[in-house]
Design a protein around this ligand. Structure first.
Ligand code: FAD
Length: 404
């Protein structure tokens, strides 16, 4: 092993640099950071950070001293191309870095709205610290905001904005909220909670035009012919993985940078991890691209182990969380492709879980304010275990008894 260069200092890149040193890796480690902040956590950007008054320091993984002490070269620059034959990365500043092993941890970027007026200053996105900071400074009670997209980030923003006294409308093309990610049971619960908080959710429609007074947003038209007034639009319509560096270097890409079960690209000197990676999953069969902290950090740990002589295929169990208003949603496993859903707990008490089954095998658990069910799911599913749907639905069944 020799010098490792990591492109991107998000959750995956930061964790890889830290884990390499934890594993005793003694060669040079360079972490390329193009954001102008020390590496930081993204989840609070649509939650506590947006709500609160804390400064950017509250988001940092580690202070600057950590990188110095750990001998991690944290460089503020951007990779612009990869010369695979020479094993060299060219940077925007004009300098270059030689590598023995290169790791692409380039993450994803906001999918932009492609309609006229979408470039107005009052049309905002939420991915980076700078975007969250400027939104936080921009929103004030009484403003009317339209959130485009009822995914996790759109709904987290909507709940925070409503709590801050804004008038909030959410416009979503799918027939239910978070439709791509959760069961109908969870969608319905959150729809009614957000509606009870005074958020108006418009399903099965899309924004067809943005009206402005020449400089600011004044409203939108939606596909059912209605018009909604607004001072601000926040767009949460998903992300695009940053695959261009890899593609330009001739590496295979599809809906992510294609890697095998060891997270290696077609070039065995280059790995890809986190949001940008489309990885082969022995656990689930086929390939997956996930957008979560768990995925980014577990990928990083797997590559750190590989680079320090402990080569095991990646087998992380997916898990995720989303805080929306007073409710905490937690997901263990992959709740897609299920054929049966069993509810445990009590929706009316705001504490229940949806156990998802495929062919009688438990594949995932979505929990609302039931941290115990979530932790149970993570342990059971990681060990490829299951309980029957009847056991899941039975409040008298002791989950712990299944964890032997
Ligand atoms: P990123 O964090 O996107 O980091 C990639 C980095 O690479 C970026 O800094 C980027 O600027 C940089 N980069 C890209 N190209 C280059 C280049 N050419 N040269 C140098 N640098 C480059 N996940 C959860 O599990 N739970 C949550 O509650 C949750 N909430 C979220 C809330 C928000 C608002 C957002 C935006 C995301 C949230 N996520 C959540 C998702 C989670 O943050 C991501 O899955 C995670 O950040 C992925 O880490 P990553 O390192 O792969 O990518």
């Amino acid at each position: 092993a020799g010098a490792v260069v990591i492109i991107g200092a998000g959750h995956a890149g930061y964790q890889l640099a830290a884990s390499l040193r934890q594993h005793g890796f003694s060669e040079q480690v360079t972490l390329l950071n193009d954001e102008g902040h020390l590496p930081y956590q993204r989840p609070p950007l649509s939650k506590a950070y947006l709500k609160g008054t804390g400064g950017p320091d509250s988001l940092m993984f580690r202070p600057e001293k950590f990188y110095r002490d750990q001998n991690i070269d944290l460089i503020s620059d951007r990779a612009v191309s990869i010369n695979r034959a020479a094993r060299r990365v060219l940077l925007a500043s004009g300098t270059s870095l030689d590598y023995c092993h290169l790791v692409l941890a380039t993450g994803a970027r906001n999918r932009l709205l492609d309609i006229p007026n979408a470039n107005l200053d009052s049309v905002r996105y939420l991915r980076t610290l700078d975007e969250s900071q400027s939104l936080r400074d921009y929103i004030t009670a009484g403003q009317r905001v339209i959130v485009i997209g009822a995914g996790f980030i759109g709904l987290e923003f909507a709940a925070t904005a409503r709590a801050k006294g804004l008038e909030v409308d959410v416009v979503e093309l799918a027939p239910r909220v978070m439709a791509r990610a959760v069961t109908a049971e969870i969608s319905e619960y959150f729809q009614s909670r957000h509606a009870a908080a005074g958020i108006r959710i418009h399903l099965g429609v899309q924004v067809t035009s943005i009206e402005s007074d020449g400089s600011k947003v004044t409203g939108v038209s939606i596909s059912d012919g209605r018009h909604i007034k607004a001072d601000l639009i926040v767009v949460g319509v998903g992300v695009l993985p940053n695959v261009e560096l890899a593609a330009d270097a001739g590496l295979p890409v599809a809906s992510g940078i294609i890697v095998d079960e060891h997270l290696l690209t077609a070039d065995s000197n280059i790995s890809a991890i986190g949001d940008c990676a489309l990885f082969a999953s022995p656990r689930f069969g086929g390939s997956l691209r996930l957008e979560s902290v768990q995925n980014a950090t577990d990928h990083a740990r797997c590559v750190a182990a590989w680079l320090t002589g402990d080569a095991k295929p990646y087998d992380g169990l997916p898990w995720f969380w989303s805080d929306q208003g007073p409710d905490k949603l937690q997901i263990a496993g992959l709740t897609t492709g299920y054929d049966r859903v069993v509810v445990r707990g009590d929706r009316a008490q705001a504490a229940f879980s949806a156990f998802c089954y495929r062919d009688e095998q438990l594949v995932g658990i979505e929990s609302v304010n039931r941290a115990g069910d979530h932790m149970f799911g993570r342990r059971l599913l990681a060990a490829h275990g299951s309980i029957t749907p009847e056991q899941a639905a039975n409040p008298g069944f002791d989950l712990k008894s299944a964890l032997t």
